[in-house]
Design a protein. Structure first.
Length: 109
């Protein structure tokens, strides 16, 4: 899930947090995705969590973020999530970062 976008001279930097169907090891560092949002994004019926104690940094366009085709458009986006859910994820990320527990990985060289 993309939580931040920064335009750069050589592409766009995307800060992406993982989404998983595996229950989180630390419930305080995850936000469960509501069923309605999962369905809207086409993620199926299994419970999903947005993990807020790690992130990946990608450059778009680049080799690590692959475009998907939906409704005649090619984009790296599955869709948008509601503002309240995004804000909850950002708050959780901020709390984890303040505690010094946020782990980041730069994926695109």
């Amino acid at each position: 899930m993309v939580v931040a976008i920064e335009k750069k001279q050589h592409g766009t930097q995307l800060l992406v947090v993982p989404v998983t169907t595996r229950p989180p090891r630390d419930a305080d560092a995850a936000v469960e995705m509501p069923a309605r949002v999962r369905q809207h994004l086409g993620l199926g019926d299994a419970r999903c969590w947005i993990i807020a104690d790690e992130y990946n940094l990608f450059t778009w366009p680049g080799p690590d973020i692959r475009p998907i085709g939906r409704a005649g458009k090619i984009s790296p986006r599955y869709g948008f999530i509601p503002g309240k859910l995004l804000e909850k994820v950002r708050e959780r990320l901020s709390a984890v970062a303040r505690a010094g527990q946020l782990k980041g990985t730069k994926r695109t060289e």
